[in-house]
Design a protein around this ligand. Structure first.
Ligand code: NAD
Ligand code: MG
Length: 410
């Protein structure tokens, strides 16, 4: 991970932008910025469709530029911001423009592979990118990290486990690290039987026991695909081989990551499960800012439990590991198929256990996965993403009967 800060002026107030401003991470980021308003100047904010929320945030934070991804809402957004002096844009080009506006720090918090191109645009500007949008590393890890190195970008992980790892690693040489253990809460279905999982509904899956997050990542947490993505993310962020990466179920979500060193020491980072903690860490880095995150009271908690993940009931974790071993293209198709599957599950079209089943089938049927996209540029990565989605969608049509809720083959 590059820590080059040469081209990042630490001016005050610091110019900051938020991609995915209306989401769970985006709103938490802006609330921290508002609490320290004198220290920050908001440059650009983006959203997908929520133009009213985007307009409200842009006005509240005095942003310079507001970009809406879905062009159908350009008129509404422009009208809502009329007279404010805030510039308005729409579509993919506007997202890229938002990412390229000069700022010292940018939060990449779009969800899914839709965030790849804008986040790469921000990376190519140099300076500091706080990365929540893990799908950038899942779909195009090598390309992304090469761009970070090429442009001297400071990349700071926002995912709580990776922020924890970054803090516990504290710049130690990777050769001294024997193991990096990502913890997982296990989600709402940690103790559910296979039979019960087949009938799990979106409402049940959306009820995460510890974390308050956007819908897609909440489903990914319930299937453990999120933890699989995080293995891939850790591999790229910390240049650690897959064999050194582990997952441990930890229902309390207090210990976020453990870094085991070759002298037998293990360093961990602990905090209450509140995304404002890792976001604040990335916002203030290399310093620390005061936050109102609830304080840890270990005596009150009394117990911290750990267990091996059950990959029989949660095959998504194994699928992600296999994709990581297979390479870049497999990871890209893994993500594409998962995005299609999660959307279908949320729409009530397929059952919960059909999510990993559809992902597995897409990976199995994808032809010439080895060559596809390997070493490719952004266009090749996005083309492979589209091909993965198209195949997953056609399988969805083909297997609709077997995949539908309650009948999922899992
Ligand atoms: P969310 O669904 O709450 O918000 C997503 C944001 O992206 C919204 O602003 C939305 O308007 C925008 N967006 C969605 N689709 C888009 C598209 N096609 N084009 C442009 N913009 C689009 O998601 P979230 O929970 O805030 O997660 C954001 C990212 O952070 C994800 O990659 C997620 O994996 C990661 N992350 C989230 C959490 C968390 O606690 N929420 C924790 C760790 C990592
Ligand atoms: Mg995480």
């Amino acid at each position: 991970m590059s820590k080059a800060t040469a081209n990042c002026r630490q001016e005050s107030p610091r110019r900051v932008s938020v991609l995915g401003a209306t989401g769970s991470i985006g709103r938490n980021t802006l609330s921290l910025i508002a609490e320290n308003a004198a220290d920050y100047r908001v440059v650009a904010l983006t959203a997908n469709r929520k133009w009213q929320e985007l307009a409200r945030l842009a006005r509240a934070h005095g942003a310079e530029f507001a970009a809406i991804a879905d062009e159908r809402y350009y008129g509404e957004l422009r009208e809502a911001l009329a007279g404010s002096g805030i510039e308005v844009g729409a579509g993919q080009a506007a997202l890229i423009e938002a990412a390229k506006r000069p700022c010292a720090w940018l939060m990449a918090a779009i969800i899914g592979s839709a965030g790849l191109a804008p986040t790469l645009a921000a990376v190519s500007r140099g300076c500091t990118v706080a990365l929540a949008n893990k799908e950038c590393l899942v779909t195009a890890g090598a390309l992304f990290m090469a761009a970070v190195a090429q442009h001297g970008t400071t990349l700071l992980p926002v995912d709580s486990e990776h922020s924890a790892a970054f803090q516990a690693m504290d710049g130690s040489p990777v050769e001294t690290i024997e193991r990096l253990v990502l913890t997982a809460s296990g989600g709402p279905f940690r103790e559910w039987s296979r039979e019960a999982l087949r009938k799990a509904t979106p409402q049940q899956a959306l009820r995460h026991p510890n974390w308050d997050m956007g819908a897609k990542i909440t489903i990914d947490s319930a299937t453990l695909m999120n933890k699989g993505f995080e293995l891939i993310e850790a591999h790229h962020l910390f240049a650690l081989p897959p064999a050194k990466l582990d997952v441990l179920i930890h229902p309390q979500s207090i210990v976020h990551c453990l870094v085991a060193y070759h002298d037998g020491s293990v360093l961990a980072q602990l905090a209450m499960p509140d995304m404002r903690a890792p976001i604040a860490y990335s916002l203030a880095w290399p310093r620390r800012m005061a936050t109102s995150v609830p304080r840890l009271d270990l005596a009150a908690l009394a117990r911290l439990e750990f267990a091996e993940p059950d990959t029989e009931r949660f095959p998504a974790l194994s699928l992600a590991r296999q994709a990581l071993e297979a390479g870049e293209a497999a990871c890209n198709v893994l993500n594409a198929a998962n995005e299609v599957a999660v959307e279908a599950f949320l729409a009530g079209r397929i059952g919960f256990t059909a999510i990993p089943a559809l992902v597995e089938e897409t990976l199995a049927q994808f032809e010439r996965l080895e060559e596809a996209g390997a070493g490719g540029d952004l266009e090749a990565v996005l083309a492979l993403d589209r091909a993965g989605r198209a195949l997953a969608r056609s399988l969805l049509e083909e297997y609709d009967d077997v995949l539908r809720p309650g009948l999922a083959a899992g």
